[in-house]
Design a protein around this ligand. Structure first.
Ligand code: ADP
Ligand code: MG
Length: 496
């Protein structure tokens, strides 16, 4: 048979040596006479032709060529898959041509030696029969025989966990005394327990951070896109979100601050279920809420926080600047300096003057929120106010609603209670009662007289109800967007 095979120069040269390196000494040697190289080198194209009459040789050449082409394709796919990503995945394990071929290290060849007759291989330890000894008379060896026991102990090291490196002992005629073996065994057990604990902790912390693979990918993508330089670490893990610190990168449209935070809204839904009412009754979102699957609802929370922050920024309330929103990850400016977040006001250890100052700032901000932003924070407390550069900064506004929300005024009342209680406890004598604070913020004049909370609340609920009825009737909100004249924004309508 005379066949013409076209292969690359490299392959042919290897073929002349032995295409399988030292792997296959058993293959029948291919005499040079079998291979008649034709003088048709086409070096420019790296191609030449030759004739061979050996079927085995042909098969090997073809297989080799096939394997190489497969590997080349794999490399291309690997390149395409990884792109410019900083984190790449190797396809090395799927290669056909064994990596040893690319290396001329003589060490690799050792791997291919037949180890069936390894001169260093240990003698199999003798097993002692049931009677407890072997041999006769003077030559009796009991199961306590030192040499035998030593060998058995060495063999038992094979049962240690795979991550325990037992070295070359298994391959030699090593005899471990019982004492040494027992302490080794003890050490392995305690190591295993320690590593299991560590692993558990790691798993737990990942779970806590609730950063699922999809979210991680989104975060990496932001780094790859250059929006972020680096994601540094977690500042806080709450029930609904995880907050990370990151170094800002750049965006085409706008500058990115040097330090930013990523607020990742958790995609585990359970916690959000309890908070549905903040969003499904918010007319800005309720239309979309009903159409979305629960996972996408999480994105609405992030979006809601972004819109609320934008309103606050417009009113010049100190709060984080929104940098970018990607699905359920909101990137905003970092309140703090040099990786150290500003303390929550409850932890800020303010002197009495600063505390009084802070109180007036908060009072002013609550009014601005209500009147200028048409918002009620709905989770305002000493936990969601940071103290930075002598100012109170408001954060965490994903749940904030407009006062026209069916429970908006109740949320506001709760905010007022948190604020009054906190500042009164901190000794700010100017801090108003919850009722006065509510009236001051809203401009309403709900009678405070008896200071009976139930009565006050009943008034609030009645107002909400009237508004709701009105909305139903007119399909229109009566709470006006806070007017310039600071008159009470919520006045019972004449025709109610
Ligand atoms: P949660 O809904 O989990 O309470 P927050 O928005 O309140 O989410 O953020 C949790 C914590 O993360 C905050 O108490 C604060 O310490 C920190 N944090 C959030 N946003 C920022 C920010 N922009 N700058 C600095 N720290 C922040
Ligand atoms: Mg919070």
């Amino acid at each position: 048979m005379l066949v013409c095979v076209c292969v690359s120069v490299f392959v042919c040269l290897s073929v002349l040596q032995n295409p399988w390196g030292s792997v296959n000494p058993a293959a029948p040697a291919c005499s040079l006479a079998d291979v008649m190289i034709l003088a048709c080198f086409k070096l420019k194209e790296n191609i030449f032709f030759y004739y061979t009459t050996s079927d085995l040789m042909l098969a090997q050449i073809l297989q080799m060529q096939f394997d190489r082409e497969f590997d080349d394709q794999l490399r291309r796919e690997e390149k395409k898959f990884n792109g410019d990503s900083k984190v790449s995945i190797s396809f090395e394990n799927y290669r056909m041509v064994h990596p040893y071929e690319d290396s001329d290290s003589s060490e690799d060849e050792v791997d291919w030696q037949d180890t069936r007759h390894d001169p260093y291989r240990a003698e199999k330890p003798q097993t002692t029969p049931r009677k407890g000894f072997t041999g006769k008379g003077k030559n009796i060896t009991t199961k306590h025989d030192e040499v035998n026991c030593g060998r058995k102990n060495t063999a038992r090291m094979d049962n240690f966990a795979p991550e325990v490196h037992v070295g070359d002992g298994l391959g030699m005629d090593l005899k471990l005394s019982n004492q040494v073996f027992n302490s080794l065994k003890q050490h392995c057990y305690s190591e295993q327990r320690r590593s299991a604990k560590l692993h558990e902790k790691k798993e737990h912390s990942t779970a806590e951070q609730a950063v699922d693979p999809r979210t991680r990918l989104l975060m990496y993508k932001m780094v790859n896109a250059g929006v972020l330089e680096n994601i540094n670490g977690c500042i806080s893990t709450g029930k609904e979100s995880v907050v990370f610190h990151a170094d800002g990168g750049s965006l085409e449209e706008q500058p990115v601050p040097d330090e930013v935070v990523l607020k990742v809204f958790k995609t585990t839904l359970n916690e959000f279920k309890n908070r549905d009412r903040y969003i499904k009754d918010d007319y800005r979102f309720n239309d979309r809420f009903s159409k979305l699957n629960p996972r996408k609802v999480i994105r609405l929370w992030a979006e809601k926080e972004m819109h609320n922050l934008a309103r606050m920024k417009k009113a010049e309330i100190p709060c984080p600047d929104v940098v970018v929103l990607k699905k359920h990850i909101l990137v905003m400016s970092f309140i703090g300096k040099d990786h150290v977040p500003a303390p929550k006001i409850k932890d800020a250890m303010l002197g009495s003057e600063d505390m009084k100052n802070a109180y007036y700032q908060v009072l002013h901000m609550m009014q601005q929120l209500y009147r200028e932003c048409n918002l009620v924070h709905a989770d305002l407390s000493e936990y969601n106010m940071l103290w930075h550069e002598g100012k109170v900064w408001l954060i965490d506004v994903s749940q904030s609603v407009e006062p026209t929300h069916p429970h908006g005024l109740e949320f506001l009342f709760r905010d007022c209670r948190n604020i009054s209680t906190f500042f009164q406890k901190k000794g700010v004598s100017e801090a108003m009662s919850v009722y006065d604070l509510f009236n001051t913020v809203t401009g309403l004049q709900i009678p405070v007289g008896a200071e009976n909370e139930a009565e006050f609340m009943a008034e609030i609920v009645a107002l909400e109800k009237r508004n709701e009825d009105h909305v139903q009737k007119r399909r229109k909100k009566v709470f006006p967007f806070a007017s310039e004249d600071s008159g009470p924004p919520l006045e019972p309508d004449a025709d109610d």
